[in-house]
Design a binder for this molecule. Structure first.
Ligand SMILES: [Cu+2]
Length: 173
């Protein structure tokens, strides 16, 4: 019994230390941290670093585009997004369904200097910097969007599409 217990404790310590580094610069992947807003179940929830099975690198560009403009994930998959700002101006990477994108667009219009740091579903990326976001997608197939809401960027088409399930690589624009 004593051996089993100490083995369990050693295991717990390992899990905690494995999660720690990724959690350092983002609150979103800490267990039990920010609860997503109501309704966000339709596009997923903040994911845990330990559950990541796919890594996607996205570059935000000053021509109001993301490269790539579309990615495919599996239903229920936890994805680590590495978002690089390849431009000279600030960009955002906000994950959400269309309703969430509209809501955040309205918030940014009301308060253009708002940063995504307190919201679990997005990051603000300064020029030349890289940010990370771990997201667990819903178990049902559908389309989730990633968008930038710096003033004028969303209207200019700074939006990408995440295809959950369905046909691989299909990009809807
Ligand atoms: Cu932008």
């Amino acid at each position: 019994m004593k051996n089993i217990l100490s083995g369990f404790l050693a295991c717990s310590v390992l899990v905690v230390s494995a999660i720690q580094p990724a959690a350092a610069d983002s609150m979103s992947d800490m267990p039990g941290m920010p609860v997503p807003r109501a309704g966000s179940e339709s596009y997923g929830v903040p994911g845990l670093a330990a559950a990541v099975t796919k890594t996607v690198t996205v570059t935000a560009l000053d021509n109001m585009r993301f490269a790539p403009a579309g990615v495919s994930v599996k239903p229920g998959q936890t994805v680590r997004f590495i978002i690089r700002n390849g431009g000279k101006i600030t960009h955002e990477f906000v994950i959400g369904d269309r309703a969430e994108q509209r809501e955040h667009e309205a918030e940014m219009r009301a308060n253009p200097n708002m940063k995504m740091d307190r919201d679990p579903n997005g990051v603000t990326i300064e020029p030349g910097k890289t940010q990370e976001l771990i997201w667990q997608f819903p178990k049902h197939a559908g389309t989730v969007e990633y968008a930038c809401h710096e003033p004028g960027h969303f209207a200019a088409g700074m939006i990408g599409y995440i295809h959950v399930g369905g046909r691989t690589g299909r990009v809807v624009r």
